[in-house]
Design a protein around this ligand. Sequence first.
Ligand SMILES: [Zn+2]
Ligand SMILES: [Zn+2]
Length: 302
Amino acid sequence: MKFCVLGTKAGGAPLVNKHTSATALMLGGETILFDCSEGTQIQLLRAKISRTHINHLFLSHLHGDHILGVLPLLTTLGGDGRKTPLQIYAPKGLEEFLHLGLKIMDVKLGFELRVHELPSGFAGELATIKGHRVTAQMLEHRIDSFGFRVEELPHRNIDIEKARAFGIAGGALLGRIKREGSVEIANGRTVSFADIAAPPKEARSFVYCGDTRKCRATPTLARHCSVLLHEATFRTDMQDKAAERFHSTAKDAAEVALEAEVERLFITHLSVRYKSGLPLLREARTTFPQTFLAKERVEVEV
Ligand SMILES: [Zn+2]
Ligand SMILES: [Zn+2]
């Protein structure tokens, strides 16, 4: 599992070298997109991430700096001759926005658009994608805003050395043990999957938080995750502004990471008033040392 942040700035006018929110998560042949702001398509091209592998779009909330790239992406995918359905998960209102936009532009997509609108307050499971479970939880912003967690489902491989010790070498027998749980081998002996399984691999998990102020829901969603990507619009000296706008400070994000006991925190969605993210990074690191600045178009292993 790898992620690539495509935009790190909070809303505002476009800039040449900084973009608004969108993040790609690559799960071996399949790409999930979290938020899709203006400029996402060009950022995908620059990052060499193929849009044809995107089958799922998760939109945190309906503010422009998170969704204004959706209609252009849909029209491009239509132009590509796409046939695979596209699943979109978003707060209520998106379907109307897309329908109206496509109708007014007279665009008829050649693929099925499946929009799943999340009810206000929703918390729960959304989908299973390539052996990963995706869940959502509503956070606290001026409008409904969701965070998403992608977690590898537990799976265990066979330890070939252990299997050999039981005299099992053939692939067919191993296949049967995997399917049936156990098989009888010579001398009436039974070998079960647990006898020859490799130690369980640690499940990796990635949490994407949309815009939110510090709230109770975020540490619940992010509990023990490998990577938490969290907004940090302001520094603590602008705590009042953060509270008024329902955004987080760098310190807020670090406190969430600390409470949730995550492995690594990446901060993003920085206000354009900060020419450099370093002061925000320093602020977060005093609370949570394993904090990093999200960098646009840099692939990171989860
Ligand atoms: Zn935003
Ligand atoms: Zn917002």
